[in-house]
Structures are given as structure tokens and as C-alpha cells.
Design a protein around this ligand. Structure first.
Ligand SMILES: [Zn+2]
Ligand SMILES: [Zn+2]
Length: 355
């Protein structure tokens, strides 16, 4: 067996390609996973575009599952060969922020985001996992890799959007931007007992999938008076909870406007451009509306991942309709480019690695 592997990297801002690297080795608490499936994320395209700054031959990707190929000497809960998922966010679970309960902010703001940020990502034949006992999660036999890979980011982030939205049982929820994270926010809102889920979207394929995942009403914001239509659905009061799942100034402002006083605006969008995001002053009750704005980054860790796996095992949610495209690892550049242009009705491209 050779000691090198093929990886797909960002050579520099805007430039992509394959690059051979040594197969990573685990430290005492770490693991190395042989990749079987990965998903391309819109945030990969932000990274390539320079949203987190310049990088040199950084392996891309943060959503992948596989089999453990090597374990550090101190890892207790797993064996070589186990099928595992690893969240996009891999905290240490020991530092001050982790102990305060904000594991995605491990060490520093957004510090739990290691893959394809401060270390190599998962678009590679093998990838390294820090703090393996805390970050690996076994994939149940009944759950195929093709759907398990949705736990890494889409399900964890989308469901967090709903969990952070403080949805009252039977309450009304509006989800702004129904890409794959928004779809999982819709599904999460349903699971958490929302009585009315309004999806705000205009791309036809996304509107269709919003309904598949449980939206009661789809408001197309390109049609006249979308805000009036959202408000009318709640008798003019505004929704109890809004979930911003796009990361744009427009949807953020609309989410604040659509939320009733005392309600919660849960932000899961990635704001990839600009220096400031502004709050509409009057819709914010000139600062006194009792509206809560909550943010968060994809929660990781074995315990959460195991719970997400259970939702797949018991079929509470089936993310497979989001897989609109499949590519081999050799074809990954095509998938990344499609994810940027959003052509061809793409929602998520699944990347298949050689066994
Ligand atoms: Zn992602
Ligand atoms: Zn930490």
C-alpha cells in the first residue's frame, strides 16, 4: 500500500485541483478514516471564493463518512473497520468554551470548524479526526452511507436552526431560504411540533422539496407582496419563530420583520460577503421588541451525531430526496462548480469514493 493519497484542494483562492498528499497518521487520541461518501457544501464554494482568506493547497470538504482505517493508542470506543460519521465541526470538548457548552466555538470563535479551515478537509481518500472518542459516531447497520453523510452538516445545522428557534408546540415558523439546510430546518420544525411551517423560496426544485420535508405553505418571494402573505397566514400577528437559512441581508431583515414581538429569529445562514449586517430599526421595535436573535454553528460530537443517526434509523426523516446529483471522486470538480452556479436544479451532489 502506498503512503500517498489523492486529495481535492483549493490551490489558492479561485483555483482548484487534485493534489497528492501523505496519508495522515493519528496522534494518540485521533483516528484516520477511509472516505466512502462525501457531500459538497455551498460553504466550500465560499471558501474557494476567499471568504475565510487565502489558503495554499488546502484539502476541501467537511461532510463525509467512511470506515476507520487507523486509531490512536488511547482511543477506547471504536475499532478499525467501524463505519463512522464525523460532524463537520470537531471540537476538543475540553477547553473553556467547550466546557461552557459552546463546543462549536472551541478555543475561539468558530474554532470547532477545523476541516478545510485550519486543517485539511475530507475531499480525500483518507482524513484525520481529532479527539476521536468524542467526535466519531457509529453508523447503524440499517443506515446506508448515502444518507448517514447528511448528519455531518445538513441535518445538524438545519435541526439546530429549529432547536434555536424556540418553537412553541403548535406555533408558527417561517423558514427563509430553503436550500438543503433550510429543508432540514423545515423537517426539524415539524419534528419539534410546529403547527404551521411556511417556507419562503422561489427556486422550483426547492419549493417542491420544501413541501416534501413538511412545509404547509410555500411563499414565493418573487410574487407580489410576500411579507403581507406571510403575515396574513398568522392573522397579521407574525410568526412565533423565523429561521434564516440563506445568509443574506434581505432574508435576515425579512425574518425580523415577519417575527411577532417576543418571537425568535434563528440564524443558520452563512453570511459570505460584506462587513456588516443591518437590523431594520422599526421592525426591531427600535431595539425593544423582545425579539431574540440567536446564532449558532453546526453542533458536533458523538452524542448528537448518534441521536441524528437514530432519526435516520427510525425513518423520522429521510434526507435522500436532497441528493439530486452523484459524481465519482474523480469528477468532484464538476460537482463543486455546479454547487457554485446552482445550475441543473442541484440541491446536493453526493461524491462516491472507490471502495
Ligand atoms: Zn457543509
Ligand atoms: Zn474546545
Amino acid at each position: 500500500m502506498s503512503n500517498t493519497m489523492k486529495t481535492f484542494v483549493m490551490k489558492k483562492i479561485g483555483e482548484l485541483g487534485f493534489f497528492d498528499k501523505p496519508i495522515p497518521r493519528p496522534g494518540p487520541n485521533d483516528a484516520v478514516v477511509k472516505t466512502t461518501r462525501a457531500l459538497v457544501c455551498t460553504s466550500d464554494t465560499h471558501t474557494i471564493g476567499g471568504a475565510i482568506g487565502e489558503r495554499s493547497n488546502l484539502t476541501l470538504g467537511h461532510e463525509a463518512v467512511g470506515c476507520i482505517s487507523e486509531l490512536g493508542s488511547e482511543v477506547r470506543g471504536f475499532r478499525v473497520g467501524d463505519r463512522v460519521a464525523v460532524n463537520a465541526i470537531t471540537p476538543c470538548f475540553q477547553c473553556d468554551n467547550c466546557q461552557r457548552g459552546f463546543t462549536s466555538q472551541c478555543g475561539q470563535m468558530l474554532g470547532g470548524w477545523r476541516f478545510s479551515n485550519i486543517k485539511d478537509g475530507v475531499f480525500a481518500e483518507y482524513f484525520h479526526v481529532n479527539d476521536a472518542d468524542a467526535n466519531l459516531a457509529k453508523i447503524p447497520d440499517a443506515v446506508p452511507d448515502d444518507i448517514a453523510v447528511y448528519t455531518c452538516d445538513m441535518m445538524s445545522t438545519g435541526f439546530m436552526g429549529a432547536e434555536h428557534a424556540a418553537i412553541p408546540l403548535g406555533g408558527s415558523v417561517a423558514v427563509f431560504g430553503v436550500g438543503p439546510v433550510g429543508m432540514m430546518a423545515v423537517a426539524g420544525a415539524r419534528l419539534l411540533g410546529a403547527g404551521l411551517v411556511i417556507a419562503v423560496e422561489h427556486v422550483p426544485k426547492r419549493k417542491e422539496l420544501a413541501r416534501t420535508f413538511g412545509a404547509d405553505v410555500v411563499v414565493d418571494y418573487t410574487e407580489p407582496n410576500p411579507m403581507e402573505r406571510i403575515l396574513a397566514l398568522t392573522g397579521g400577528a407574525g410568526v412565533d419563530s423565523a429561521i434564516e437559512a440563506l445568509g443574506s441581508q434581505e432574508t435576515f431583515q425579512a425574518a425580523i420583520k415577519a417575527t411577532r414581538p417576543g418571537g425568535t429569529i434563528s440564524v443558520v445562514g452563512y453570511f459570505g460577503h460584506g462587513d456588516y449586517v443591518s437590523i431594520p430599526r422599526l421592525d426591531w421595535g427600535v431595539g425593544m421588541s423582545d425579539k431574540t436573535i440567536r446564532t449558532g454553528l453546526c453542533p458536533g460530537g458523538r452524542e448528537r451525531m448518534t441521536r441524528l443517526m437514530r432519526l435516520l434509523e427510525t425513518k423520522r426523516v429521510d434526507p435522500s430526496p436532497m441528493t439530486t446529483h452523484r459524481f465519482s471522486f474523480q469528477e468532484i470538480e464538476k460537482a463543486v462548480r455546479l454547487m457554485k452556479t446552482k445550475d441543473d436544479g442541484i440541491i446536493k451532489p453526493l461524491i462516491l469514493f472507490d471502495p
